[in-house]
Write a protein that binds this ligand. Structure first.
Ligand code: HEC
Ligand code: HEC
Ligand code: HEC
Ligand code: HEC
Ligand code: HEC
Ligand code: HEC
Ligand code: HEC
Ligand code: HEC
Length: 638
């Protein structure tokens, strides 16, 4: 600790461990230095202010004066991102419409009987924490100094009398700005130059109240879910942040959802960049066909898309903490609800009537523009073959769009479920949650126990239905592989060989004839048999047939291997490990063997859509069955 406020005796504990800690005992700045790289960190400790001030008009809870914050400074629009130095947004107006803003006032008048008491205030007021050793001017501290105790019995008028008689205490009630942003009376308020804004979109901000094990289980359920995958957010969200960061990071989603709400119909297609994050959070704007608000490295960093700040799909990705959208009647402060006027990156136009599922659909779609037999002309615009390759095609499957060999749209009977995706994945607990007495699902992982809550206990057999779909898909996979081998053999007959960049999935090296050339190519003069194709491990799905098929070729045992840079690796292929090859890169006499709009390429695209959906028929049984049947017919004819 290189600096502490006057009078503080705080010291750093566990200094040589990975997690040193200290407890501030006086308001002020604490500077912690790290001796290896010479980095320092400033911790701003302060006392709570509370939102309501003098001159209160007693009322129903919405009687704040905001201490002038939104009279002089906080007058700007509520748009994200906030740019340091611009007019601070008036977050008070939307916040005062949320349940947070009356989380104490709603119960102190006895609205829920006599259950509300001292043990409840920790999460229903500002800055209350029984474990504190010093006063932070939180509700519990001021209640003590004011000699206030819970009214008993609770009666109508309790809140008015608190506001009238003890305004210094009343202003610390309810869930407020400082509950999430930290105490205001510190040097961090008007963000110091060079510092990042005092904002965190981490799960912890909400889980401090929403995350206990018993009743308030959202934070704990979320932590067990794939949405809590931080390494995916860092790896994929920052890969190409204006594009991938929309769905793979919370910060990106904050802005993406705003753009989705405000964009003109049909502007989310992937051709060009209209759906990508922009420099100012507004939909893409153009001047003579050139986009004028393309995101910049600085605007993306300001949003928090950096390795040290980026977060996965946290609470704040789906819920707007300030309730900016509550004016439009969105329940639970969701960022998107019921209608997606701008459509989706998968090429779907305006979507309506999908309830809370709208938030899921914005991310869980194939994001590569419209794909069907009527738009085949645009197929070859992506690398590889087929278009439905991106993980998360559940929205496409539910609506039955973007598949080949079927009509353009094949909506599911399950679109009738209220709140669509959320109706099955959030509103009903799965079996392990139900066993704990929980009533909703914030891990969003559904299972087959949910069928009976709508279909009755003897209504449908989900397991039999899934088993049937899986076996039909496996048969189709084998058929596709057989025909792939046939097409490669045809290339050999015509040209003597076919050429690939084949990667040994065990060593990570490539097969090579001689040293030289990045990603060395290798000429095959014998095609692998259909049965030599295997599914990528360890996942029981093909991420996308467009980006990789695997096959084993025993006859190539002993073939020389090269590094990706083309240098001899010193090792050889053992004839046992699967070789990974992108179908789009399988060439013969310079031409691709599986052209992007060929029947096999379309079959691969259909197949990977149904695999990546991972509901095995539940999302849209009639569509799934028709796609498998029609694809089988097409491939059989080859
Ligand atoms: C650990 C923090 C915490 C404590 C302690 C706590 N609450 Fe809550 N309370 C919450 C949160 C968070 C919610 C929002 C509901 C949710 O997460 O599902 C909530 C919601 C409520 C609601 C709204 C109805 C509902 O279920 O959504 C009532 C009523 C309520 N609490 C009463 C109480 C009472 C009475 C006590 C004391 C016996 C209490 N709370 C203690 C955090 C807490
Ligand atoms: C429930 C937690 C919570 C509450 C309550 C809350 N905030 Fe926030 N605030 C956040 C989070 C998380 C973000 C970043 C994500 C976002 O902008 O939606 C944020 C962002 C902001 C921003 C930057 C917005 C931008 O445009 O980038 C400002 C300014 C702000 N809050 C002020 C306030 C004020 C003033 C209040 C009280 C009226 C308040 N907040 C209440 C959690 C909260
Ligand atoms: C200081 C404790 C506290 C913190 C921090 C907190 N909440 Fe809450 N939250 C509550 C309580 C208490 C309620 C219940 C309000 C009621 O219904 O009376 C609630 C209710 C909600 C609701 C239900 C709103 C509705 O309209 O029914 C949502 C959604 C929510 N919180 C989201 C969040 C998110 C997202 C964050 C983090 C950015 C967060 N909360 C941080 C205490 C907290
Ligand atoms: C992937 C999106 C998503 C994420 C992440 C998410 N939620 Fe939700 N949340 C929803 C949906 C959808 C609903 C249901 C809204 C409805 O239909 O009313 C919901 C409902 C809620 C409610 C109201 C529930 C009730 O019982 O009335 C609260 C409170 C809440 N969420 C808090 C949280 C908190 C806290 C986190 C982080 C730990 C979180 N949510 C993460 C999507 C999300
Ligand atoms: C901001 C983007 C985003 C939103 C919104 C979102 N998801 Fe996700 N979801 C993801 C990503 C990314 C993953 C993959 C995480 C991983 O693989 O680790 C994922 C994973 C999942 C999984 C686990 C999939 C698996 O293979 O195990 C389920 C289930 C899921 N989401 C359901 C939902 C539901 C239901 C909603 C709406 C309430 C929703 N998601 C909203 C981005 C999102
Ligand atoms: C429109 C939203 C969206 C966009 C944009 C997006 N993704 Fe995804 N991505 C998802 C969802 C949703 C999932 C997970 C779905 C599931 O598990 O069912 C996912 C999964 C993935 C996975 C697989 C993760 C795993 O655990 O298996 C990778 C890798 C990935 N995305 C990379 C990217 C890259 C790179 C980009 C940018 C070029 C990108 N994504 C853009 C929504 C998106
Ligand atoms: C009729 C109820 C229902 C609806 C509606 C629904 N799902 Fe599902 N979903 C399921 C079931 C059941 C599974 C399979 C779970 C299993 O096999 O354990 C599943 C599987 C998934 C998976 C793969 C999860 C995993 O664990 O591998 C994701 C992701 C998913 N759904 C997202 C969505 C999205 C996004 C929507 C809306 C576009 C949606 N679901 C609509 C019931 C539903
Ligand atoms: C939230 C309610 C809900 C849940 C949960 C649910 N369903 Fe359904 N299901 C529906 C509705 C609504 C329909 C449409 C009924 C209609 O069109 O008359 C439907 C229709 C169906 C159909 C008829 C499709 C066809 O071929 O015509 C099947 C099969 C089915 N569901 C299976 C399942 C299975 C299996 C599960 C569990 C994984 C499940 N459902 C979970 C509400 C639900």
């Amino acid at each position: 600790m290189t600096s502490v406020p006057t009078g503080s005796t705080a010291t750093l504990a566990n200094v040589t461990s990975q997690f040193p800690s200290f407890t501030p005992d006086k308001p002020g700045n604490y500077v912690v230095a790290e001796s290896v790289a010479g980095k320092t960190m400033t911790v701003y400790a302060g006392l709570y202010d509370g939102v309501s001030g003098g001159g209160l008009t007693a009322g129903s809870g919405h009687d704040y004066q905001y201490q002038g914050c939104n009279l002089s400074c906080h007058t700007g629009p509520t748009n994200v991102p906030y740019v340091l130095g611009s007019t601070p947004p008036n977050m008070f107006a939307p916040w005062s419409t949320t349940a947070h803003s009356v989380a104490f006032a709603s119960y102190i008048d006895g609205q829920i009987g006599q259950d509300f008491g001292a043990g409840c205030i920790q999460c229903h007021t500002l800055g209350s924490n029984a474990a504190k050793t010093v006063s932070t001017y939180g509700f519990d501290d001021v209640a003590k100094s004011d000699n206030w105790s819970f009214p008993s019995p609770l009666v109508p008028g309790d809140n008015v009398s608190l506001v009238t008689n003890l305004p210094d205490l009343a202003k610390l009630s309810n869930v407020q700005c400082e509950s999430c942003h930290g105490p205001n009376s510190t040097g961090a308020h008007e963000t110091p130059a060079g510092a990042v804004a005092r904002i965190s979109v981490s799960n912890e901000v909400c889980a401090s109240c929403h995350g206990d094990e018993g009743f308030h289980t959202k934070g704990t359920q979320w932590k067990d879910s794939p949405h809590a995958n931080s390494s995916l957010a860092i790896g994929e969200g920052l890969a190409s942040p204006a594009h991938c960061g929309r769905c793979h990071t919370a910060q990106g989603m904050v802005q993406y959802s705003q753009q989705l709400r405000n964009s003109a119909p049909g502007t989310q297609y992937s051709s060009g960049t209209p759906g990508y994050l922009t420099s100012d959070g507004n939909p893409a704007t153009f001047d003579a066909g050139v986009q004028t608000n393309v995101a910049t490295p600085a605007s993306l960093a300001n949003l928090g898309l950096t390795a040290s700040l980026v977060e996965p799909q946290t609470c704040e990705a789906c819920h707007d903490p300030h309730g900016v959208t509550n004016g439009q009647g969105y329940p639970s402060q969701l960022r998107l609800y019921d209608t997606l006027p701008a459509g989706l990156p998968n090429g779907q136009g305006e979507i309506t009537g999908v309830g809370s599922g709208a938030i899921c659909m914005s991310c869980h779609n194939t994001r590569n523009g419209e794909t069907d037999d009527t738009t085949a002309g645009t197929l070859s615009s992506t690398a590889g073959v087929g278009r439905a390759g991106h993980d998360g095609p559940q929205t496409d499957v539910l609506f039955g769009v973007n598949a080949y060999f079927v009509p353009v749209s094949n909506p599911s009977p399950h679109l009738a479920v209220q709140d669509t995706c959320a109706g099955c994945h959030e509103n009903i607990p799965n079996a392990s949650q139900a066993a704990l007495g929980q009533t909703s699902n914030h891990s969003f992982l559904a299972d087959l126990s949910i069928c009976s809550s709508c279909h009755g206990s003897s209504g449908v057999d989900g397991a039999a239905l899934q088993a049937d779909v899986k076996s039909q898909l496996m048969t189709l996979d084998n058929l596709i592989f057989t025909k792939m081998a046939k097409a490669m053999n045809a290339a050999i007959t015509a040209n003597g060989n076919f050429v690939v960049a084949a990667q040994d999935t065990v060593t990570g090296n490539y097969l090579c004839a001689a040293a030289g050339g990045a990603n060395p190519t290798f000429a095959f003069t014998t095609a692998p048999a259909g049965s030599a194709f295997t599914e990528p491990q360890p996942v029981q799905k093909w991420r996308s047939l467009g980006t990789g098929v695997w096959f084993v070729v025993p006859t190539l045992n002993g073939t020389t291997e090269c590094t990706s840079a083309g240098a001899l690796s010193g090792g050889t292929y053992n004839g046992v490990a699967p070789l990974s090859v992108s179908p789009g890169s399988i060439k013969s006499a310079g031409a691709v063997v599986f052209a992007a709009n060929s029947v096999l390429a379309r079959a691969m695209s259909n197949e990977s859509m149904l695999h990546n959906d991972e509901s095995w028929g539940i999302h849209n049984l009639p569509f799934t069955q028709t796609v498998i049947a029609n694809t089988t017919t097409q491939v059989n004819a080859l």
